[in-house]
Design a protein around this ligand. Structure first.
Ligand code: ADP
Ligand code: ZN
Length: 618
């Protein structure tokens, strides 16, 4: 609902939207494509918007919900996301609520009363909740401002996070033909976008695709060597006093990693779907409210993490696709400050991922797409070109330049020609008949197989590879697996190596296809940590040593205010806003109001308290 003062001023809808951006949300200007998307929705048309994580997608539907008459309906797949957004909106003085299976009957009744009295501006619902007949029936008698479908890629089988219940949302087109519908997502390649349009019946709608650049993210990836657990502990302890997320492939692993981190003195907790609901809630709350804590989670959980000051995301196990990679890494640095995304990966992970795809209950074409997505991810992880640029090109961006800060941009990736060695390895695998694992193949090449049989030692490939060390042969085998020249059968945890694509293997033997090997020096990590230190000073730049005591005082005030209301601190003010306050030291309400992130409601609620804290340092 438009504040009366704005309605009287007879502003154009977009000007009214800008007023709300300023007054309610405390931001000076629209960012990126926000104004275009909002304009489209305000004109009553449907749209599809693809904006990167942290790009401000939610304002694209929240503001039109306030400008247009009627209730703004937001479909969201996860209760954790809804909870956070509703809490944030309420802090900003917006009449928002959510209806989901966790809400008590009385609260539900009160929400319906507000809806029917026209008092509510924004309502968050789950897709399955919305599509219940009684819900649709009740909403059909309610004037709607718009219907927003968040995380719209969930509707697509070509996407990476297909949710069958999203398919039902296509019916909204005929159920509410007059209500503009806006589909938003942070990750969708061209094919997924086509699918979203078809499934959600947005065929003729405008499409807004923002740049996927996330300049604050510093990306790196490294092949797993030895114990991944040890490596994760090293990486995390090298980044003390910051919030981070560590993703692991299984529940069991999250527990073990969290334990290992705690033993190393890191405040880490595990989070996965197997935990009791209560425990999950408290752990999530602890993580969200802590200034520095590490969450070790399964990939499945991720979407609920919306903490702005996550400084690193580490994949102890790789994600499932480039979309998933970008989304998961994207949870770092949402406040726009520098953050790192570090991925550990191996050829065995790729083999498992391909096997899982093969076993999924899907049609062949869909399986092929998923398998290709897996391969594309490993090409990115094990490749030699700028990581950020590769991701952006994958999403269809053109004219993309190298980021200049990922491990591959910084470290010069050294390559050597390994065609001859590859021929040796391939023939060894061929002669061994695909019946052995990697370690055994390496031993064979070096002629070091323990208790070797006469059969094996009489093969022409036995001991033909003294020129490389065991580690180098292992690296090469890994490389051949990534290139599809070798294939690994997971064989229930005791993987067997066999020949890969026959045509490609022949090309290598004939010398028509070269194999170049990347050297994997420790140098990449070294380069990054120096870089990391450089970045740290940039991060601290916002608040100088002189202003730091005030900044810290503001943070303690915020922590207390958040605790009293049982909300995460960042829904009150982001660190960024506190940093601005500490630097500017506003002496009056008007000065405070001019800062980014200080809207009218927050000024009314917290203005006095903040000015008092600032006054104590005058
Ligand atoms: P996402 O696209 O990931 O859903 P959000 O909508 O949560 O992103 O916005 C990310 C952050 O950017 C939030 O902290 C929000 O307050 C901030 N933000 C959004 N729009 C603007 C803007 N126009 N100016 C300044 N900050 C903005
Ligand atoms: Zn780069």
């Amino acid at each position: 609902m438009l504040p009366a003062a704005l309605a009287e001023a007879e502003l154009s809808p977009l000007d009214a939207a800008r007023e709300i951006l300023r007054r309610t949300f405390g931001h000076a200007e629209f960012r990126g494509l926000q104004a275009d998307v909002i304009q489209e929705v305000l004109s009553g048309r449907n749209a599809l918007a693809v904006l990167p994580t942290g790009g401000g997608k939610s304002l694209c539907y929240q503001i039109p919900s306030l400008v247009r008459p009627g209730l703004g309906l937001v479909v969201s797949p996860l209760i954790a996301l809804m909870t956070d957004q509703v809490a944030g909106l309420v802090q900003s003085g917006v009449a928002a609520a959510r209806l989901d299976s966790n809400i008590e009957p009385e609260a539900k009744a009160e929400t319906w009363r507000r809806i029917e009295a026209g008092e509510l501006d924004i309502l968050y619902v789950s897709p399955e909740g919305l599509m219940q007949p009684w819900m649709l029936d009740r909403l059909s008698r309610t004037p709607l401002a718009l219907i927003a479908i968040d995380e719209a890629h969930c509707v697509s089988q070509w996407g990476h996070d297909f949710r069958p219940e999203y398919r039902m949302l296509g019916r909204l087109a005929e159920l509410f033909p007059k209500v503009p519908r806006l589909a938003v997502t942070a990750t969708a390649d061209a094919r997924t976008r086509d699918d979203i349009r078809a499934e959600l019946r947005l065929t003729d709608s405008a499409e807004f695709v923002a740049s996927f650049a996330r300049p604050e993210l510093i990306l790196s990836a490294e092949r797993k060597r030895g114990s991944a657990e040890k490596r994760v502990v090293e990486l995390v302890t090298a980044r003390p006093d910051r919030s981070g997320v560590v993703y692991a492939g299984s529940r069991d692993k999250t527990e073990k990693l969290a334990e290992a981190l705690r033993s190393a003195g890191v405040p880490a907790v595990a989070y996965h779907a197997g935990l009791d609901k209560r425990l999950r809630e408290t752990r999530l709350e602890e993580f969200l409210e802590a200034d520095h804590a590490v969450m070790v989670a399964t990939i499945a959980f991720g979407m609920g993490v919306d903490k702005p000051d996550v400084r690193f995301v580490i994949h102890a196990d790789p994600p499932g696709s480039i979309e998933a990679y970008w989304q998961e890494i994207g949870r770092a640095g949402r406040d726009g400050e520098p953050a790192e995304g570090i991925t550990l990966y191996g050829a065995a992970d790729m083999a498992w991922a391909l096997k899982r795809v093969a076993e999924r209950d899907m049609d062949e074409a869909a399986k092929q797409v998923q398998a290709r997505k897996v391969r594309q991810l490993y090409t990115l992880l094990d490749g030699a070109g700028c990581r950020a640029a590769t991701v952006r090109r994958y999403f269809g961006e053109e004219g993309v330049e190298a980021c200049g800060q990922c491990d591959l941009c910084l470290g010069t990736v050294e390559t050597t020609d390994a065609t001859q060695a590859a021929q040796k390895a391939l023939s060894a695998v061929h002669r061994l008949g695909g019946r052995f694992g990697r370690g055994r193949v390496v031993d064979h090449l070096l002629g070091k197989t323990k208790d070797v049989s006469d059969w094996e030692s009489s093969l022409s490939t036995w001991g033909i590879g003294p020129e490389l060390s065991a580690t180098q042969w292992r690296d090469l085998t890994e490389q051949l697996l990534f290139e599809g020249l070798l294939r690994e059968d997971p064989n229930d945890g005791r993987p067997l190596v066999g020949l890969g694509d026959a045509e490609a293997v022949r090309a290598v033997f004939r010398g028509e296809r070269a194999v170049t090997m990347r050297k994997h020096p420790e140098g990449a990590e070294a380069a990054r940590s120096t870089r990391g230190r450089g970045k740290r000073s940039k991060e601290a730049m916002a608040v100088s040593e002189t202003d730091r005591p005030l900044f810290e005082a503001l943070r303690s005030w915020r922590a207390a205010a958040a605790k009293a209301q049982h909300v995460p601190p960042y829904v009150i003010f982001h660190d960024r806003t506190l940093a601005e306050i500490a630097v500017v030291k506003p002496g009056t309400r008007a000065m405070l109001a001019s800062l980014n992130g200080v809207g009218e409601a927050k000024l009314a609620h917290y203005g006095e308290a903040v000015l008092e804290v600032v006054g104590g340092f005058a």
